[in-house]
Design a protein around this ligand. Sequence first.
Ligand SMILES: [Ca+2]
Length: 278
Amino acid sequence: MRRLILILLGVVALAAAAWFLFFRGSGTPPVYAVTVVKTMPHDPDAFTQGLFYRDGHFYESTGGEGTSNLRKVDPATGKVLQQQDLSPAYFGEGIVDWGDRVHQVTWKNQQGFTYTIKDFTPQPGFSYEGEGWGLTRNDKNIILSDGTPVLRFLDPATMKEVSKLTVTANGCPVEELNELEWVDGEIYANIWQTKLIARIDPATGKVTSFLDVTGLGPQTSDPDAVPNGIAYDPAGKRLFLTGKRWPELYEVREGSRQPDSAPAMGQAAQIMACKAGG
Ligand SMILES: [Ca+2]
C-alpha cells in the first residue's frame, strides 16, 4: 500500500511538472527585475525619445515642439558635447547610426533627418508614412517603431520598408512599442506608459521576456516622465536605460524573476490578456 501511494505521488508530481513546463512553453513570457550596476547623470530637461551608444558616447534625441534636438553626451558627466536643434515645427523621436551617418525620425511629420555623426552636418533626409517613434538597427536593416505592434524593417540605403514584424506576447499584439535597441540578436522595446521593456525575438516577433524597470527613475508625479531610452555597448556587453526627464541614466543587468506581487506584473498581465494600453 505504501509503495502504491509513493508511485501515485510520483505520477502526480510528474504530471504537475509536465503541466508547468507546458504552461511555461506555451508562450507566457517571464518578467525579470533589473539590477543597477552603475548610476550616471542625465539631463533632467531631456525629453528622451532616442538613445544609442557608440565609441564611448551616448547619442540622444529629444522631443517636444521647440525642444527637439539631437545631442552627443558625455556618459561620465551627462554634459551635452554637441547639439543639433530641430525647427519647432518638428517633434524629434528615435535615432540610429548607420556608417558615418545618424538618422532621426519625427513623431507626426513623416520626415526623417540625416546628419553626419562626426559633427551633425545636415544631409539629405528621407520620408516615410505614418508616425515615427523608435529606431534601432542590426547588420542589415534599420528598424522603426510607430506606437503600433508592427515594427518596420528599412533598407538603410533607401530608408524604404523591406519587411514588417508584428510583436506579440502570449499571442496578444503588443501596442505602444516605443524606443528600441538591438541587443545581441534580440530587439528590446520600451512599452509606452508602462514600466516594462519587451525582449522580442526578431525571427518570430514573440516577446520572450519582459524587464521590469519599476525601481529606476525619479519618484515624480510628472505623467510624461516615463521610462524611454535603451542603449547597448556590444563590446562591453553593457545595457543602459533612462527615461524622459530622468535625472539619471543607469547601466543595468537582468535581475531575478519577479514575484506575482510585483506592481508591474499587473501591466504584464494586461498586455498578455490582449488588453491594449498596458
Ligand atoms: Ca536605443
